[in-house]
Design a protein around this ligand. Structure first.
Ligand code: ADP
Length: 261
């Protein structure tokens, strides 16, 4: 009768709600686990330079009467660790700001050629220090609707990596191209390359192929995750091709016209 129908309906509804509840709970638990992992990673990253500074400072204090050069050497190490700590904090701040949903893109029409020229001019001295050639080729002038500050950071991360993970006297080629809809920024280096099984992880936060080497080269493992987030905010895409010992290419593709969702 009617009552049975109502019961069946209620039962189905209850089941539906309880399934939805379980799904939400599971999602929250997963979120919580990844947040915990994130906090634990951040704490570890922030503590590492502090630990080094502690050891260096303690040694300095125990070195009464040591030669001045030795003091200077220790102070230099401390200064480097402070730089490293600052870099981690800067990267973290960039990342947190990007995650803040209220923070939208500050879109304006920008000459990508000019942006690239300035960006490369800024990085050229860093490349020069290691005798790395930094080349730029533009196939056509591009103007696009972008957040210049953010895209600048995204591309800077790629070019900095291409320099960092290169050999002395290597080269980095940056190119700009476009079709009717998208522009493409390509960054190619002839550096150490990325192992095949690592490629799928490089956009993850804190992921570094070679922790020891990256430490030497001052990486935080946040750069590429920041770059990817920025590219995605622009409704773009990023791809990587790499061959170990031969080099790496990153291609960023961004629509020239930004359509707000
Ligand atoms: P990091 O601060 O360590 O450079 P990123 O997120 O920018 O962090 O990059 C993650 C890892 O990907 C790096 O530690 C490095 O192992 C690898 N990687 C990134 N770019 C390159 C490149 N151009 N050549 C070789 N390896 C790279």
């Amino acid at each position: 009768g009617l009552k049975d129908e109502v019961d069946v309906h209620n039962y189905a509804e209850t089941l539906r709600i309880s399934e939805a509840f379980n799904r939400t709970l599971k999602r929250m638990q997963m979120l919580d686990a990844s947040r915990q992992e994130f906090v634990s990673n951040v704490s570890h990253e922030l503590k590492t330079p502090i630990t080094s500074i502690r050891v260096l400072a303690d040694s300095l204090m125990g070195m009464e009467g040591a030669p001045v050069e030795l003091y200077r050497e220790f102070m230099e190490d401390i200064s480097n660790e402070i730089d490293r700590e600052s870099q981690i904090i800067d990267d973290l701040l960039s990342m947190v700001r990007l995650e803040n949903k209220e923070q939208t893109l500050n879109i304006s029409q920008v000459s990508i050629n000019e942006m690239m020229e300035l960006l490369l001019k800024r990085l050229r001295p860093i490349a020069k220090k290691r005798n790395i050639e930094l080349l730029f080729e533009s196939f056509r002038p591009v103007t696009a609707d972008i957040d210049e500050v953010k895209l600048n950071l995204a591309v800077t991360n790629l070019v900095e990596n291409a320099i960092k993970y290169n050999q002395d006297s290597g080269w980095v080629k940056v190119s700009l191209n476009a079709d009717h809809k998208f522009f493409y920024i390509k960054v190619t280096d002839n550096g150490c390359g990325i192992p095949e099984d690592a490629v799928e992880h490089i956009f993850e936060r804190f992921y570094r192929v070679d922790k020891a080497r990256s430490r030497e080269t001052g990486g935080t493992g946040l750069g590429l995750s920041i770059t990817k987030t920025i590219v995605q905010l622009h409704h773009g895409a990023i791809k990587v091709h790499s061959k170990l010992q031969e080099g790496t290419t990153f291609v960023v593709r961004i629509p020239m016209i930004y359509i707000k969702e």
